[in-house]
Structures are given as structure tokens and as C-alpha cells.
Design a protein around this ligand. Structure first.
Ligand SMILES: Cc1cc2nc3c(=O)[nH]c(=O)nc-3n(C[C@H](O)[C@H](O)[C@H](O)COP(=O)(O)OP(=O)(O)OC[C@H]3O[C@@H](n4cnc5c(N)ncnc54)[C@H](O)[C@@H]3O)c2cc1C
Length: 459
């Protein structure tokens, strides 16, 4: 093993592997250090949607879309708190990155309507297939060395104040490697760190924790030591839609509310507009009595399930006993132990309102964001799923510019240090748009490498 490389990449999920494959294509020498014994991090567990616009898959479905619309949606979901140059860089590079992923061997299956988008834009991947294809593309070059079980512990600056050395533990030894061009942090977020969640997101007490085992915020600490500024921490939110058992081996999730289900609390009362971001729904759900909530729907909504899909495979969850089914709302209420009369009234009022042009209580007029029309819940059988909030990705992190250079508190780049993927803050602002996290990991993983190899900002 040599000890000097063009690039050292810390973490091998979507961002790290896209960076490694991009660097390999440019003939750079690269060391990739991955803490766990397998690659993939949270990317491997993901719901598999990537947000791209104007693609062949959308055209096949007759969906008219372009980068500008995606950027508009992202700024709307982020409530304008996102760093506009980062969102615009996503818009500028998203289509090219989609085509690059396809040419690198990543398979996209179909497009789904997902949270925060005004048109169906969730391009589905099979995470394991994508991770393997990217790894193989990087490994084939012969210029990329991979180390698993290699935990990066500290970064060091050289005499020119440039971050250039990485100290890591591997096979029981402490080792040091040097980077001529850059150190790129792609070490993910901290959804598995009780320490950081307690410090930065006490409002998420009670949310279940899901994410890559190694995602405990190491990269954020490493960058902080070098002077990195932090962004978006006040906006940390959980994700609504998980069964309470989802922190086990099976990540059971159903978003029947985006197909038209209503969401109720233990008093059988609705408490939110079900079409808004599942992050914002999550914030409301954590405020409900005993944090108990249920999605309630009927057979026509059930029929819109998508077999094999991570978010919409309702039949599978029913077969697993995670969804309850009953011929009447009274029976359903009894099974899930909510007041039956109240459930009937809640459903009746909701049905009446949406048939009269709009939900009077919480303003629901669509299925998700600007897309789709809600239907009344009145065709038996009826279904219910107990649903909770999960902390699965921390969309806050180190401050970066549009070239993925890590910035200090004065907005100046820290020489030699780049970050991409979930570790980077400033991109999502106040809200996360589905598919934009895997999307930004791929897009900015590549941008970081392009900028680092040129040793200048990508303009
Ligand atoms: C259940 C679930 C569903 C999701 N669904 C979606 C979705 O549909 N669409 C979407 O866009 N996003 C989704 N997300 C979020 C998304 O998966 C992540 O934000 C994204 O995969 C992060 O990619 P990454 O490459 O930045 O980090 P990761 O894929 O997490 O990779 C980071 C890697 O760095 C390693 N690492 C950490 N510390 C060190 C260290 N000190 N030394 C060496 N290595 C280290 C980790 O072990 C890990 O392998 C979901 C997340 C979860 C958990």
C-alpha cells in the first residue's frame, strides 16, 4: 500500500463510490477508507428514490419535466432556507449525473410520485445493484484502493495549512496516508448517534433510529476540528411512515397517505394535511398523545399499492401482519383501539370536504405536494397501519460551496477539504425533498472530485 494519493475518500456509500468512480475515470490515484466491513452505509438501506428531471423514464410516462421545475420544487420544500447556489448546482448537474449513472451501470426501474415534487420524479434504483455497479466501475480502473474496516480518526493539515493527512485505524494498527489534491469526506450523517441527536435534535426523542451502522457523525467531527462551519441543524426532522418495528432487520414503511389515506391519532382525529412532506408530518406526529398514529384507507387506495416497492407494497405489509384489515370502520376501530364513532365522523367529514372541493380542517387538496386528487374513503374493506416517525437521515452538516469545498465560519474554503452527500449541510434548508439526498450524494460526489483534481472551484 502506497501512502500518498491524489485523493483520499472517507466513506463508501453513494457519495463516496460516485466520487471514486469519477476519480477512476480521470485516472487519479485514490484511497477509499470505509469503516464498516461492507460498503453502502445508509445508501444501501435507502428507500431507493433519486430525484432527476427530464429523463427518458419520465418521457416514457409522458411526464413533462425539466431542471428548472425541480429547482423550484426544492426551494419551495426547503422554504427558501436552502443555499441557492447548491440547489442550482444540483439543477445544473442533475441530468448529466443521471446519464453518467446509467452509463456506469446503475439501473433505474421506474418513476414514482414522491413527496415534495410537482410531478412524478422519484427514479427507483435497487440500492445493492447501484452500490455494486459503482464499486466495480471504480475498482476496474486499477487506480483506486479500497480498505474496509478502516476507521478514519483524525485529519491533519500540512505546513501550508492544507488538509492533507488522514489518520485511520485498520487491522489493529494506526496508519497515516496523504492526499496531494484533497481529502473528501463522504462519511454520511449521524442518524445512529444518540450523542449527536441528543445535542442537536432533542425534539426527536421517541423517533426510532434507522441508518447505516457507521453513521454516527465522524465526518462532522473531523471537519469541525479543521474549522468547518455547520448548516441546517435547526431543521432536523424525522420521517413519518414507518411501522414501529422498522428499526429491526425489516425497514417496514408505507406511505398510503400519498395515495389518499388519512392520518389519525389515538382519539381518531386527523391532525395534519396528509399531502405535505413526510418530514413535516413527522414533526406533527411526534406531538400526538403517546406518539400514537395510524394511517387509514380503503380498498381503492389499497389497489394502488406497488408490489416490490419500498414505500407502496401494502400487500406485503398486510401479509406480514403489519397492516390491519376490517370490513367496517367500526371493526377497524376496535382492532386498533380508537373510538369507533369518532373514526366514522372523522372519515365522513373528510369525505364530504374533499368531494366539495377541499379539506376544510387541514387544507388537503392533493395527494402529495401539487400532485393528484384525494378520493373519499368509503369502499370496504378498510385498512389501518400503526405508523411512527424514524430518524433515518440527518440533512444537516458541514457548510460547503457549490464545488463541495468545506467552508469555515467566514465562508472561506478550508484548503484541501471537500465534503459530499449526507454530511453536507445547507442544501435542503428547512425541508427535505424525496430523492434529493441520494441525488445530491451522486451529484456532489462527482463535483468534488472534478474540483479537487483541478485544484479549483467548478464554475
Ligand atoms: C431507510 C432509509 C430510506 C431512505 N430513503 C431515501 C430515498 O428514497 N431517497 C433519498 O434520496 N434518500 C433516502 N435516504 C437517505 C439517503 O439514503 C442517505 O442520505 C444517503 O444514502 C447518504 O449517502 P452518503 O453516501 O452520503 O452516506 P452513506 O451511504 O451513509 O455512506 C457513508 C459511509 O461512510 C462510512 N463512514 C462513516 N464514518 C466513517 C469513518 N470515520 N471512517 C470511514 N468510513 C466512515 C459509513 O460506514 C458509511 O458506509 C434514506 C435513508 C434511510 C436510512
Amino acid at each position: 500500500m502506497q501512502d500518498t494519493y491524489n485523493l483520499i475518500i472517507v466513506g463508501a456509500g453513494m457519495a463516496g463510490l460516485c466520487a471514486a468512480a469519477e476519480a477512476a475515470a480521470q485516472g487519479a490515484s485514490v484511497l477509499v477508507l470505509e469503516k464498516e466491513k461492507d460498503f453502502g452505509g445508509s445508501s444501501l438501506l435507502s428507500g431507493r428514490y433519486m430525484a432527476f428531471a427530464g429523463t427518458d423514464l419520465q418521457k416514457q410516462e409522458g411526464i413533462d419535466d425539466k431542471s428548472e421545475f425541480l429547482v423550484e420544487d426544492m426551494l419551495a420544500v426547503g422554504e427558501g432556507k436552502n443555499e441557492i447556489e447548491l440547489v442550482e448546482a444540483y439543477g445544473e448537474h442533475q441530468f448529466e449525473t443521471y446519464e453518467w449513472l446509467v452509463s456506469t451501470g446503475v439501473q433505474f426501474h421506474k418513476v414514482q410520485a414522491v413527496s415534495g415534487h410537482s410531478v412524478p420524479r422519484g427514479h427507483t434504483i435497487t440500492p445493492q445493484q447501484a452500490i455494486t455497479a459503482l464499486y466495480e466501475a471504480a475498482a476496474a480502473s486499477g487506480t483506486v484502493e479500497f480498505r474496509t474496516g478502516a476507521v478514519v480518526k483524525r485529519l491533519r493539515k500540512d505546513e501550508n495549512e492544507r488538509v492533507s493527512q488522514v489518520v485511520f485505524e485498520h487491522a489493529g494498527k494506526t496508519k497515516t496516508a496523504s492526499a496531494e489534491n484533497a481529502v473528501l469526506l463522504t462519511s454520511g450523517g449521524f442518524s445512529k448517534s444518540e450523542e449527536l441527536l441528543e445535542n442537536f435534535a432533542p425534539q426527536l426523542t421517541g423517533a426510532i433510529r434507522i441508518g447505516g451502522k457507521g453513521n454516527v457523525g465522524d465526518g462532522i467531527k473531523l471537519a469541525s476540528e479543521q474549522g468547518a462551519w455547520l448548516r441546517d441543524f435547526p431543521y432536523l426532522k424525522g420521517t413519518y411512515g414507518f411501522h414501529p418495528t422498522a428499526d429491526g432487520p425489516r425497514k417496514s414503511q408505507a406511505l398510503a397517505f400519498y395515495k389518499g389515506a388519512i392520518i389519525i391519532n389515538k382519539f381518531a382525529e386527523r391532525f395534519v394535511n396528509e399531502s405535505i412532506s413526510y418530514k413535516l408530518i413527522g414533526t406533527e406526529a411526534l406531538l400526538q398523545p403517546e406518539r400514537i398514529t395510524y394511517q387509514i384507507w380503503d380498498q381503492p387506495i389499497m389497489d394502488q399499492g406497488v408490489p416490490g416497492d419500498a414505500l407502496y407494497d401494502f400487500e406485503k405489509l398486510l401479509a406480514l401482519g403489519l397492516i390491519e384489515k376490517a370490513e367496517t370502520l367500526e371493526e377497524l376501530a376496535e382492532i386498533i383501539q380508537v373510538p369507533a364513532e369518532k373514526l366514522k365522523t372523522t372519515v365522513k367529514e373528510y369525505n364530504r370536504d374533499i368531494q366539495n372541493g377541499g379539506d376544510q380542517k387541514y387544507g388537503r387538496t392533493t395527494l402529495t405536494h401539487h400532485f393528484g386528487t384525494p378520493t373519499p374513503i368509503h369502499n370496504a374493506p378498510f385498512y389501518a397501519m400503526r405508523t411512527t416517525v424514524a430518524m433515518l437521515a440527518t440533512y444537516a452538516g458541514v457548510s460547503v460551496d457549490k464545488s463541495a469545498r468545506v467552508l469555515n465560519a467566514f465562508n472561506e474554503p478550508i484548503e484541501g477539504l471537500y465534503a459530499a452527500g449526507e454530511i453536507a449541510g445547507g442544501f435542503h434548508g428547512a425541508g427535505y425533498m424525496t430523492g434529493s439526498s441520494l441525488g445530491k450524494a451522486a451529484i456532489f460526489g462527482r463535483i468534488a472530485v472534478q474540483a479537487a483534481l483541478k485544484k479549483q472551484a467548478v464554475l
